[in-house]
Design a protein around this ligand. Structure first.
Ligand SMILES: [Zn+2]
Length: 390
């Protein structure tokens, strides 16, 4: 395949996202500050700002005093009520739907417990909850940018990791995006949980100021969300970062994929549940808080070395500014894990202190759904932008 070029229309959409993102990260910025931070020309920033202001996406505020010289500078902020998006997180045990405004405030939240969700009943349930949401929440629904949905990957992979307890079964041939889009009339984007967690971290969390980082997402399995130069890296079939089946202990523990010594046999909720004597089919992340310290530490002993190897590989392959660990494991336990990951292997990041190389990401039940809700906003080719800008 030939590398695609950037035409003017794409460039405009991209620059628009860059401006929105810059303001989101900094709460408020003047046009001059946006130009400086984004390396766009003042003229380009001015054109985009005018267009976004006319669409109500940006609001200008009282001018700041400009130190006595020149034009007073007018700061711009995002108008929370100018656009909305929906985030859906589906995994083995729960379905969470959130509606957020442009600045990330949650305006509706609905959580349902599920067990090994099957496509048809689950999609019907999602459609029903969305109808209830539209009746309950009084907003201008014409300003809906779309739906982001997150499910455990990998997608459309035969063999290797489409088997085993960490994959959702029965969804392989279901076009989730098309189904939900037809039911709601909104654009839908599907991504895997690690990718979405990385996007959420960049939008709402500690990665706000990072352009290249890797997010290790501890879910039922293990995945990595990869940001390079401010863009998410998804790979050929949206499976980039499916590192759970990277062999880190040759000849090690047997894995359902057929390999031995795969990373997620050591570092994943599935692995902790097994090590702590919990039933992986029924246990929830919160159950781990009841496990006695000694048992949990025994799991940690086995996870440290594989985790350090994974971090080393991610740093060296992607020149990541930072590796973030988060996901569905309770924050207290992620913190414990991170404390034990020392010293890290030498890598291209060796000269940075450990606290900068490795950080704790957002965790908790809203994380993935909030990241999913960022997908339609993050997608610069989302056709709903053109609708809003008319
Ligand atoms: Zn494996």
């Amino acid at each position: 395949m030939t590398t695609s070029g950037t035409n003017l229309e794409h460039a405009r959409a991209h620059n628009r996202r860059v401006v929105i993102e810059a303001i989101r990260l900094n709460s408020e910025l003047t046009r001059a500050e946006i130009a400086r931070l984004t390396s766009l020309t003042p003229q380009t920033v001015s054109n985009i700002a005018t267009e976004l202001e006319a669409a109500g996406i940006l609001s200008s505020h009282l001018p700041r005093r400009a130190g006595g010289r020149g034009q007073p500078a007018t700061p711009l902020t995002l108008n929370p009520n100018s656009a909305y998006s929906v985030g859906i997180h589906l995994d083995h045990q729960s379905l969470l739907i959130v509606l957020v405004d442009l600045t990330g405030n949650v305006r509706f939240r609905h959580l349902v417990a599920v067990q090994k969700p099957q496509p048809e009943p689950t999609l019907s349930m999602i459609e029903k909850i969305m109808q209830e949401m539209r009746q309950q929440v009084k907003i201008d629904w014409r300003k809906m940018l779309g739906i982001g949905i997150v499910m455990p990957g990998p997608f459309g992979v035969e063999g290797i990791s489409s088997q085993g307890p960490t994959t959702l079964h029965g969804w392989d041939n279901i076009d989730v995006e098309a189904r939900l889009s037809a039911a709601t009339g909104w654009p839908v984007r599907l991504e895997n949980d690690a990718t979405v967690a990385a996007i959420g971290e960049r939008f709402h969390g500690i990665a706000k100021q990072l352009t290249s980082f890797v997010y290790l997402y501890i879910g039922t399995g293990l995945g990595a969300g990869i940001f390079t130069d401010g863009r998410i890296y998804t790979g050929h079939a949206h499976n980039a970062g499916e590192i759970g089946h990277m062999v880190v202990q040759p000849g090690g523990r047997e894995c359902y994929c057929g390999n031995r010594g795969c990373l997620e046999r050591y570092l994943s909720l599935q692995a902790v549940y097994e090590a702590c004597g919990l039933d992986p089919a029924r246990a929830t992340p919160e159950d781990l808080l009841q496990v006695d310290e000694e048992t949990f530490d025994r799991w940690l002993d086995t996870a440290i070395e594989p985790a350090c190897q994974a971090i080393n590989i991610m740093e060296c392959v992607f020149d990541a500014e930072c590796v973030i660990i988060g996901g569905m494991m309770p924050p207290l336990l992620v913190e414990k894990l991170i404390k034990r990951l020392t010293p890290l292997y030498s890598s291209v990041r060796s000269r940075y202190p450990q606290g900068m190389r490795l950080r704790m990401g957002m965790s908790g039940s809203n994380t993935a759904a909030l990241g999913a809700a960022a997908l339609p906003i993050f997608d610069e080719f989302n056709p709903q932008y053109e609708v809003l800008l008319k």
